[in-house]
Design a protein around this ligand. Structure first.
Ligand SMILES: NC(=O)C1=CN([C@@H]2O[C@H](COP(=O)(O)OP(=O)(O)OC[C@H]3O[C@@H](n4cnc5c(N)ncnc54)[C@H](O)[C@@H]3O)[C@@H](O)[C@H]2O)[C@H](O)CC1
Ligand SMILES: [K+]
Length: 644
């Protein structure tokens, strides 16, 4: 799935209109319909008793129940079986990545669906009975009924293709299930409309909600006569249908007097912090406690960086139009968006591929098709430990021996054949037997710390290894810059640099160092700040942008760790990972990731493949491990290794 900037979005919009000849109003109509469908699906789930977090909600407020509904903003994620469907396959965690909704910031446990085109689906039903069948429509709470290919959806009857028909097959008529809501009478939605095309989308949605029997009132942020172009057409159509409208600032508006709010104030045309009526309406909407569905992006969000201006809408659902926006994947924006559903509106997805959009959401599909990773990791019956490569690890010191042990164990769990851990000789007696699968190579460390004289010993060890990881628990020592430079320039295999080795790099002008093989850097935001000579806050301000520029400028694969880790390549590609769990913020989790990446490299994945797949697997394992704890706070790094 491609991830775009606002400017890229506008370019694809223009190309679709000008080169393909699709009228702008058609795109807006499609956008309005998509928004309305998601609102109706949400009402349907809520009406099925899934209001505000049915079933269980975990400590983070994520509701996992069937038909679960994200709470009012605040970053709660809904994973419910009622979540609007998806197509295609599901991964081991029940995430479906086909063309469906995008669960962003998602942390396992429930079903997440990633993709575009919520309503329809193709294929089979999964173990939970969630249907991915063609024509299948999100069921009413309690999971989706499977309607089977070509069957009639929209109710409880279903004619499963090929199965015993409940009624004799024959003439049948179905309504438009995605825009039909039984018992709509209890619903009254407000549409907060800005004066741009985002507002136009909301006005188009209003007509569809009206058609579904839902009461709608338009709340214009600016005088309606100030709307222009397609938005003005939508204004006039809504008026012609007699949809009630008020103008903020001129008429009394009570945003709490409704059952839900569509936020169509600001979209990708927004610039800076919301001003005037927009700001007041955003604040009032957040204060109303009502469910908010945002059109395209939450108003007040920077579509490119994920910065949330003051104020910014906290949505339960964001109906992202045409392409996933970068700002929806980067915190705090990812926390303001709620469940993100990417909906097609008639702009061909191929435009992004053809134009070389550099950023992708890291899904199994992207791993397979864009990184050519065999996510199944099939093994040949003739394989042996030599087949799966040999990792050399230069890590650990007296006070941080555990980091080396975690990294080494993780490399083995990632599937490599052999791991040799080079460590200061004084540590040896203390680690012997901690992991019998490991081979240990003591280097002359004297007092249990590393010293510059060990470079030759490490280089000698590296000669027969497939990759080398340097850094976990390394510590700093006299002459460490020259020590690392020798490893950087003289090893003949891929290098993974982590922890204190990153700090050594940050203090060195390593741009002049020569390198024959790929290098992967795995900084957390603080280490990234030191590497880039900036502040941690600045790093977090635009993670994707910074990772892309740093990787290209320094010719490295950069793994910028954190919530939604970004993997960027020297060739200018970036992948945003959304597996993982807040419980992974624990000492040693980074050492485990370095081990996983090393283990994959040793098995023959290239640097970009190993970095991306390693991050993805690390996050999945963290989710699994967190679910095994009564409280995810109890997660420790070793649990992640055991969950691989
Ligand atoms: N492929 C596409 O791009 C499509 C976009 N669609 C929708 O259109 C919006 C983008 O619309 P645009 O008219 O460019 O801008 P906005 O509607 O986001 O709003 C701009 C509007 O608001 C004023 N404004 C800007 N910044 C602020 C601020 N900080 N405070 C107050 N007011 C502000 C500005 O003057 C403009 O008047 C996109 O998100 C989609 O929702 C369609 O879906 C079709 C395809
Ligand atoms: K919006």
């Amino acid at each position: 799935m491609d991830v775009v900037t606002a400017e890229e979005m506008r370019a694809f919009d223009r190309e679709t209109i000008e080169r393909l000849g699709i009228p702008a109003i058609a795109l807006m109509e499609n956008a309005g319909r998509a928004i309305a469908e998601e609102v109706i699906a949400l009402c349907r789930r809520r009406g099925a008793g899934a209001g505000g977090g049915t079933g269980s909600a975990d400590a983070a407020g994520r509701s996992y129940g069937a038909g679960a509904l994200g709470g009012a903003g605040g970053g709660t994620q809904s994973y419910g079986a009622g979540a609007v469907g998806g197509t295609g396959s599901a991964d081991a965690e029940g995430r479906s990545y086909g063309a469906g909704a995008v669960g962003v910031g998602g942390v396992g446990g429930g079903m997440q669906s990633y993709g575009a085109g919520a309503v329809g689906g193709i294929g089979s039903a999964d173990a939970a009975g969630r249907s991915y069948g063609a024509g299948a429509v999100g069921g009413v709470g309690g999971g989706m009924q499977s309607y089977g290919a070509g069957a009639m959806g929209g109710g409880t009857q279903s004619y499963a293709a090929g199965g015993p028909a409940i009624q004799p097959p024959g003439f049948s008529v179905s309504a438009d299930p995605a825009l039909t809501l039984t018992a709509a009478g209890g619903e009254h939605w407000l549409v907060l409309a800005g004066k741009g095309n985002n507002g136009g989308d909301g006005l188009a949605a209003a007509r569809h909600l009206r058609e579904a029997g839902i009461a709608v009132t338009l709340v214009y942020a600016a005088a309606p006569e100030s709307l222009a172009g397609e938005a003005a057409l939508q204004r006039d159509a809504a008026a012609a249908m007699g949809i009630p409208a008020v103008v903020y600032g001129r008429d009394a508006v009570d945003l709490a007097a409704c059952s839900g709010i569509i936020d169509a104030l600001l979209g990708t045309g927004s610039a800076g912090a919301p001003r005037g009526a927009y700001a007041e309406l955003i604040a009032a909407a957040n204060a109303s406690g009502r469910l908010i569905v945002s059109a395209d992006i939450p108003s007040g969000l920077d579509a490119d960086t994920g910065e949330t201006h003051e104020p910014c809408i906290h949505a339960s659902v964001t109906v992202c139009l045409a392409f996933l926006k970068r700002g929806l994947l980067q915190y705090p924006g990812a926390g303001a968006a709620g469940q993100v559903v990417v909906r097609s509106i008639g702009i061909p997805a191929a435009l992004a591929r053809e134009s070389g959009v550099p950023v992708s959401l890291l899904t199994p599909e992207v791993l397979r098709t864009r990184l050519q990773v065999d996510v199944s990791r099939r093994r040949s019956p003739e394989g042996h430990k030599g087949t799966y490569g040999h990792v050399l690890l230069a890590a650990g010191s007296l006070r941080m021996s555990g980091a080396g042990l975690l990294c080494a164990r993780a490399a083995l769990r990632a599937g490599c054949g052999l791991v040799t851990w080079a460590l200061p000789d004084k540590l040896l007696p203390y680690v012997i037997g901690c992991a019998p699968e490991l081979m240990l190579a003591p280097v002359s460390g004297g007092d249990g710390e590393w010293n510059a004289g060990t470079a030759a010993e490490v280089l000698q060890l590296s000669g027969s290894r497939d990759c080398m990881a340097v850094g976990p628990g390394l510590g700093r020592f006299e002459g460490d810059t020259d020590w690392l430079r020798r490893l950087w320039e003289e090893t003949d295999s891929p290098l993974i640099i982590d922890a204190d080795a990153l700090n050594i790099l940050a203090d060195a002008d390593y741009g002049s160092w020569s390198r024959r093989h790929p290098v992967i850097l795995t900084p957390h935001p603080g280490e990234m700040a030191r590497l880039a000579g900036t502040s941690t806050a600045q790093v977090q301000r635009d993670r994707i942008g910074l990772a892309l520029s740093y990787a290209a400028a320094h010719g490295v694969i950069l793994v910028l760790k954190g919530a939604h880790t970004v993997i960027a390549t020297p060739e200018g590609q970036a992948y945003v990972n959304i597996t993982g769990h807040p419980g992974m913020g624990t000492g040693g989790a980074g050492d485990v990731l370095t081990g996983i990446i090393s283990g994959l490299l040793a098995q023959g994945l290239d640097a970009a493949q190993a970095a991306a797949f390693g991050v993805y697997l690390h996050g999945l394992a963290g989710e699994r491990a967190a679910r095994k704890r009564d409280n995810p706070a109890a997660l420790i790094a070793g649990d992640i290794i055991e969950a691989l």
